[in-house]
Ligand binder design. Structure first.
Ligand code: GAR
Length: 191
């Protein structure tokens, strides 16, 4: 069995789409653990509702967080770590030990970097009157949103779009793309 660990800081709709795909046999994997830095993340409720173990990492110090997570994760089987709306930087211990991917709601390298997450991204895209936006799945390295790109999906930005409607379009495309990418990992087409 292919083992995932999912990191999430907020709502967790991306986590939910992974859970749903597994439950519907569209993804032959299992989630060993859900990690969040936010004790109030709805993602944690989604994990608990599906009997998935959770871990809350509250250490504010980057190095200590990295060491604590490294210790916790060593107790689990892990083939891949998925950052699904996780807003903290990943430290060198985790980067060295694990393959880690992130999903980001823009066509990177545009609208990436520190502070560019969730609705902030969609607002910036609308304000810049971009014709296209989309989602990017990429390997994680020591810089925000800078790792090698695995896959991108484009969506059209219509003049009538708001940040909210754009967010819905991007998230729908993003979830389909993520499950496709995860299937490629499971089938060892990417490593
Ligand atoms: C997703 O759209 C994801 O791409 C984005 O946060 C959303 C999480 O939604 N991630 C980032 O912006 C990371 N820079 P969710 O909590 O409902 O899964």
């Amino acid at each position: 069995m292919y083992h995932l660990v999912v990191f999430a800081s907020g709502n967790g709709s991306t986590l939910q789409s992974i859970i749903d795909s597994i439950n519907h046999h569209e993804l032959e994997a299992q989630i060993s653990l859900v990690v969040s830095n936010n004790p109030n993340a709805y993602a944690l409720k989604r994990a608990e509702a599906n009997h998935i173990e959770t871990y809350i990492i509250q250490n504010k110090n980057f190095t200590q967080r990295d060491l604590e997570l490294s210790d916790v994760l060593s107790k689990y089987s892990i083939d891949l770590i998925v950052l699904a709306g996780y807003l903290k930087m990943i430290g060198p211990n985790l980067l060295e030990k694990y393959t880690i991917i992130n999903t980001h709601p823009s066509l990177l390298p545009k609208y990436g970097g520190k502070g560019m997450h969730g609705m902030h991204v969609h607002e910036a895209v609308i304000n810049a009157q971009e014709k296209y936006s989309g989602a990017t799945i990429h390997f994680v390295n020591q810089e925000y949103d800078k790792g090698n790109i695995i896959s991108q999906t484009k969506v059209e930005v219509l003049p009538s779009d708001t940040a909210e409607t754009l967010s819905q379009k991007v998230q729908t495309a993003e979830k389909i793309q993520l499950i496709e990418v995860l299937n490629r990992f499971v089938h060892h087409e990417i490593s």
